[in-house]
Design a protein around this ligand. Structure first.
Ligand code: HEM
Length: 484
């Protein structure tokens, strides 16, 4: 509609029935047959009762704490039945390494991620087998070391631009603010697009999707048939995020090859066959959502912990003042900023954005003398293992110093935890493709912003975790910006 100088774009109304049909088709798709464990001839290890499972894991927001209790009470593995499926929580580092690395290729993703296909489709995070391998080969070049080095300049520039909106004494929701920043970064670096204007829309859609529908996704396709109010909100969110991603892809096609990751996906040719339109959409959606929400939550929890521990903030500020002295950081400073990285690692330890992972085993697996039959689900929880007093000294204390080795450098081995007790980015062939991107981004954001600011928590704020697909903070993170 054209009215003088102002153009209004009227979006067609959202067809909920069609959105539901598309989401169900996506959620029901699997690249490999999904086996079910119906065995009656195997012994199962003990585990928590059905009542406790219902009370602590399924209803309410207690699932991360339930996993902490299971890790404490069953120190190797525990069995329970979750929505009619045999489920094994792996609670020892050895059991985790054994299944997720030793038998990684004989597993597929669990029910929760199957549920997220409603919005993600069949991209890198959710595809399986040969389809996943091919997707990974095609996307990998975008995460090559040299590309990340080039992104680091954009990461700093966009953070500096974001900082210009911060004002001394300003109250804000840090969770939303960091999501705007990380979405802007992922949009520019991987898609050559300005997603800043869409941040609010994507944020709202994600909120209703993750917090409203998140807990039901474990039900798989049935989640979309539940007569709960969250269903309609989630469907609207799917449709809105779909429209944004379709627009980004259309704009890109119109521009031609701009040398970024989306151009690469559109042009991808392997064995004569490239990505179909639907595959480009699914990869783009996956990278936009997986690539911004996790880092946004990392930064949100980092700001909260720094506000709660002013002596740690001072320890960090000393490093930033000494190494950067007020100038913007660059990739060359990384090795000189061990404390910055240690603060981020410690925040990820206590508040891992990916807090639980599930896998369905495709063949029988022996663990600690028990048989986990093909088709059973295994669960591992970063939240539980990263907080376990069995593997971490002063496990619940925010102690970034633990990540600094005797030579003063940052080291992921410095705390002395066994392999299998620290896995924020997952494992093996399904390990996070954005891990180096995320470290670079979080370090550049923190080094840039913490030089000039020490955000405070709004007094009396009641902060608690919400176990959505990522570990979010209930009601956001109310903070007040303070200049240093
Ligand atoms: C602190 C930030 C991040 C954390 C904690 C994190 C965590 C994880 C974890 C645990 C997985 C494995 C999931 C599973 O096995 O079920 C994963 C996979 C993945 N992540 Fe990340 N991630 C982060 C940042 C990013 C970024 C910045 C991107 C992209 C720009 C990204 C893209 C992906 C993709 C595409 C996968 C699927 C990889 C595959 O299966 O081949 N992530 N991430």
């Amino acid at each position: 509609m054209q009215t003088g100088l102002v153009t209004f774009v009227v979006e067609p109304p959202i067809d909920l029935r069609e959105t539901s049909r598309v989401a169900l088709a996506r959620i029901s798709h699997s690249d490999v047959p999904i086996p079910k464990d119906r065995r009656r001839d195997v012994d199962r290890p003990p585990g928590p009762s059905g009542a406790r499972l219902l009370r602590r894991f399924i209803i309410g927001d207690q699932a991360p704490w339930f996993m902490v209790e299971v890790e404490r009470d069953y120190p190797t593995l525990a069995h329970f039945t979750l929505i009619g499926e045999h489920t094994y929580a792996l609670t020892s580092p050895d059991a985790i390494v054994d299944v997720y690395i030793g038998h990684g290729r004989e597993t597929m993703k669990g029910r929760g991620l199957q549920g997220t296909k409603a919005v993600l489709g069949n991209g890198l995070l959710t595809s399986e087998g040969e389809v996943h391998l091919r997707n990974r080969r095609l996307v990998q070049p975008a995460f090559h070391r040299d590309r990340i080095a080039a992104y680091s300049r954009d990461m700093v520039d966009l953070t500096l631009a974001h900082e210009r909106n911060w004002q001394d004494g300003q109250a804000l929701d840090m969770q939303t603010d960091m999501a705007v920043l990380t979405l802007t970064i992922v949009g520019r670096t991987l898609f050559g697009s300005d997603l800043a204007g869409d941040a609010h829309e994507i944020g709202n859609a994600l909120e209703s999707l993750l917090q409203g529908m998140g807990r039901y996704l474990v039900l798989g396709p049935s989640a979309l048939r539940l007569p709960v109010p969250a269903r309609k909100r989630a469907l609207r969110s799917f449709a809105r995020i779909d429209r944004i991603v379709d627009r980004v892809i259309d704009q890109h096609r119109a521009q031609g090859d701009t040398g970024d990751m989306l151009s690469m996906l559109i042009a991808a040719e392997e064995d004569g066959s490239g990505f179909t339109d639907a595959q480009v959409r699914d990869e783009a959606m996956t990278l936009i959502l997986a690539g911004h929400e996790t880092t946004a939550m990392t930064m949100t929890w980092t700001w909260m912990l720094l506000a709660q521990h002013p002596h740690v903030a001072e320890w960090l500020h000393d490093e930033l003042d000494c190494v950067l002295g007020g100038r913007a950081p660059s990739m060359d400073d990384l090795a000189s900023l061990p404390r910055t990285r240690a603060v981020i690692a410690e925040a990820i330890r206590l508040y891992p954005p990916a807090w639980i992972q599930g896998r369905r085993v495709l063949a029988d697996v022996e663990v600690a003398g028990w048989t986990i039959p093909a088709g059973a689900i295994t669960l591992i929880s970063q939240f539980a293992l990263h907080r376990s007093p069995r593997w971490w000294e002063s496990s619940l204390t925010f102690l970034p110093q633990r990540w600094i080795d005797a030579g003063g450098a940052f080291s992921e081995e410095a705390p002395g935890q066994p392999r299998g007790a620290w896995f924020p980015f997952g494992w093996g062939n399904r390990r996070c493709i954005g891990e180096q991107f995320a470290w670079m981004e979080a370090t550049m954001i923190l080094a840039t912003l913490a030089q000039g600011w020490r955000p405070e928590l709004v007094p009396g704020s009641d902060i608690s975790v919400v176990p959505a697909v990522t570990l979010r903070s209930k009601g956001g993170m109310p903070m007040v910006l303070r200049r240093r």
